[in-house]
Write a protein that binds this ligand. Sequence first.
Ligand code: MN
Length: 407
Amino acid sequence: MPLLEVHPDSDFPIQNLPYGIFSTQANPNPRVGTRIGDFVVDLSLVDNENLFDKRYGFFADSSLNRFMSAGREVWREIRQRLMRLLGEEQASLKKEALIPVSEVQMHLPVEIGDYTDFYASREHATNVGIMFRGKENALMPNWLHLPVGYHGRASSLVLTGTDVVRPRGQVKPKDAPLEYTASRQLDFELEMGFFVGTGNELGEPISIDDAHEHIFGMVLLNDWSARDIQAWEYQPLGPFLAKNFSTSISPWVVTMDALEPFRVQGPKQDPAPLPYLASDSASGYDIHLEVTLQSAHMDKPQTISRSNMKYLYWSIEQMLAHHTITGCNMRPGDLCGTGTISGPTADSYGSLLELTWRGERPIQLPDGEERKFLQDGDTLTMKGYCQGDGYRIGFGEVTGKILPALK
Ligand code: MN
């Protein structure tokens, strides 16, 4: 039976096979699935039917963590087996193992212990630097020597589709008194997130050459940001409440093996990084990214930015090597954000802060309104994909709607 027809524009052809956690009405236990076309494949059932080379057990878990900690060899053996099983051997699958995507509920894919956010786009760091410090001092003196980052908040990581309540906080407008108010400068940050698969022992850094083997896969990530809260609170220790109310991710974790054909050389790094960050291998990923905005009055979304992960100055391997160089231990399921991914042109910036240049150049919407920052009722969506020859490896989307601040 030719049940698995996948359209060339689908994000989920057989070359992708991402992993996620889903449940159904018939079986409300969250469990591991993969996605092909418009179907979710119940991997706990595949495992129970002994269709893998051996019994793994972890596909009945409600998170990917145990699978992630099994290591690259196991990830590869499962991927190879699934490609055969969903390809030439699909007749051996039970009908119940293939569930129409419309019948599943997705859940957060990973129990995320720690979350770190980087600041790895030179264009983004330069734009923000120009706005806040002027052209002469746009990049801080450390920026070209290390991937700058901060430790974020894991508890408020949410799945796509989760509404975002406008945060309240301290805001100190220029030439006006300090106030406690709903944020007036709510923004998004277009990012990718990568998940650590196998971790490292405390005291034993992950070397730049080994870093790739420790990374399980990637998701789309929206680092919702309250710019007015951020501007007042961030000195000298960096982002705090401006970032901790919500960070949204897409539900399907696309594996590094699926992304391998789309590795590209990143930007030239000058000055050369210190040896612990130096790597010869291609380090970027050619992932097309798009952001749309739809207000409560619009009947369809409008594209407000197109960017690409390949613009990032620092690679995810460099981020991981740097994160652990002190001996800091990473654990399976830890998440790192890349930082806002801005491209070189004004239509490829990854935040409203940059797209509207701090509100100086508002975005015009078809309903006659304009946007400097996000308004209540706005829905912000990010999509991403790699374009192959006749197929694409996609991430689906990460979306969220802004709700009014609590009274
Ligand atoms: Mn960020």
